[in-house]
Write a protein that binds this ligand. Sequence first.
Ligand SMILES: NC(=O)c1ccc[n+]([C@@H]2O[C@H](COP(=O)([O-])OP(=O)(O)OC[C@H]3O[C@@H](n4cnc5c(N)ncnc54)[C@H](OP(=O)(O)O)[C@@H]3O)[C@@H](O)[C@H]2O)c1
Length: 259
Amino acid sequence: MTDSPAPAPLISTTALVTGASSGIGEATARHLASLGADVALVARRRDRIDALAAELGDAGRRAMVIVADVTDRSQAEAAVQRTVDELGRLDTLVNNAGVMLLGPVADAPVEEWEQMVHVNLLGLLYCAKAALPHLLEAAGTGDRRTADLVNVSSVAGRTVRLGSGVYNATKHAVGAFSESLRQEVTQRHVRVGLVEPGAVATELAGHNRPEVQESMRKRFADMERLEATDIAEAIGYMVTRPRRMAVNEILIRPTEQDQ
Ligand SMILES: NC(=O)c1ccc[n+]([C@@H]2O[C@H](COP(=O)([O-])OP(=O)(O)OC[C@H]3O[C@@H](n4cnc5c(N)ncnc54)[C@H](OP(=O)(O)O)[C@@H]3O)[C@@H](O)[C@H]2O)c1
């Protein structure tokens, strides 16, 4: 006699993933859907999230396209509200949207700093605030009696490097906020988890000025970087633990990355 397969652990749950149009967010949305979740896909590039929603729909999942700029508070709030209105609940928020614009402080266009603060920090805060009542509701009354808020930080949220000043500042802020919020809601079984990837092969570096891209290419030339699916699987691990277990923080570097 063969055992029947275990049911998908996130069946009957809903996840919202910001920055689902590429890289880690896209891989995470796909992975959470494979674990049974219905997913709300949030990003600015409609064509990308339309294509992902069609793929997930073909695989039998409900996937919702939400075109939104998370730096606009009303759009971030509306993204959460639409998810709950149309998918019925919110069990998991993956705050992943981010930009990384590096280079020395003295040469930096201040607009790059503003963009990082707006996306990496304010966008994440807007989504967290809007999602929190729904996560508390899911943790209080849902079948699993727990809910998850996962913030995607970076190794840059733990260690500081020359040429990463403002990116470091935004990601350290994400770490500080996550820990304070964790303490606030953990006894109500909303688990706040922080994910800190090292170098992952995505589009992230491609938004930098050419001279910055060149120095990054040199730094990572001989290194096998992580794949977006590596981080997606770590997030999947965090949000499928038993109710008694909260994975507060995961730092994942490529094996060859020394700092
Ligand atoms: N790749 C790495 O080495 C690495 C390492 C450590 C941490 N991380 C972190 O991982 C996260 C994901 O990055 P990634 O590597 O997957 O890069 P990516 O492929 O460039 O993805 C970034 C995502 O953020 C979205 N985004 C950017 N600005 C947005 C806005 N204003 N509103 C809504 N969505 C926005 C983008 O979508 P649209 O452009 O379609 O809006 C895209 O889906 C970031 O927080 C990054 O800091 C990455």
